[in-house]
Design a protein around this ligand. Structure first.
Ligand code: ADP
Ligand code: MG
Length: 204
């Protein structure tokens, strides 16, 4: 598939609008097991993406994604800012405007490894990785109805963090008491994946 300038703009707008519209939900989740700032952190970051979307999407896909990553690092703050920044900057390193599913999967895998390295984290620790990794598996698999399956997997994976005990991030300070709540970063990752999948449906 070809991700031209207009598509890049539509992609970034779709993702940013979804995150911004869900800020209250993310804040409520973070209030339960964190410090209640995940929604406002993410809204600030993606409002900055929206404000500069023409400039960001004018560059090729790789450079555009790096620009989004840099914006998120500068604006989101908290633990999640550098991690989402790393994810987008790493995606930008290898993707060209004309991409195959396999190339996206490889780039996404490398980006997840970069997040793991930066967060010193891995699967099963009740973080955004518990959504990103299952989503990567769906992307690798390929097959029909990719967008619908990505959405469903992302939503379910975020819900699967509810019974987990947090081992990384602020929620880990709660120990056992982190059990029984959805991880805010897992939910924001699911929202981003859902928006990307919606964009993919628009391309098809
Ligand atoms: P803070 O915890 O600094 O207030 P946010 O509230 O914006 O930052 O983000 C919290 C989210 O960041 C968590 O729900 C979790 O998904 C993610 N997170 C925190 N630490 C890590 C880590 N080491 N690795 C992966 N994700 C992490
Ligand atoms: Mg927080």
């Amino acid at each position: 598939m070809m991700i031209d300038r207009q598509s890049r703009k539509a992609l970034f707008e779709t993702v940013a609008q979804r995150v911004i519209a869900s800020a209250d939900e993310l804040t409520d989740l973070d209030r339960a097991i964190g410090d209640g700032d995940h929604g406002s952190n993410m809204r600030r970051g993606f409002e900055a993406v929206l404000a500069t979307v023409d400039e960001l999407s004018a560059k090729n896909l790789g450079e555009s994604l790096k620009g989004v990553g840099t914006t998120l690092v500068m604006k989101v703050g908290g633990a999640s800012g550098p991690l989402y920044g790393t994810l987008f900057m790493s995606l930008g390193k290898s993707l060209e405007d004309e991409v195959t599913r396999e190339q996206v999967a490889d780039a996404f895998a490398a980006a997840i490894e970069a997040v793991k390295a930066r967060g010193k984290s891995d699967a099963g620790q009740k973080t955004m990785l518990d959504v990103l990794l299952p989503v990567l598996a769906v992307l690798r698999e390929g097959g029909p109805d990719m967008a619908a399956r990505l959405k469903a997997r992302a939503k379910a994976a975020a819900e699967d963090t509810i019974p987990m005990r947090a081992i990384r991030g602020r929620a880990s300070f709660l120990g056992e008491r982190s059990i029984g709540h959805m991880d805010p970063g897992a939910r924001s990752s699911a929202l981003i994946v859902d928006a990307v999948a919606e964009f993919m449906e628009g391309l098809a």
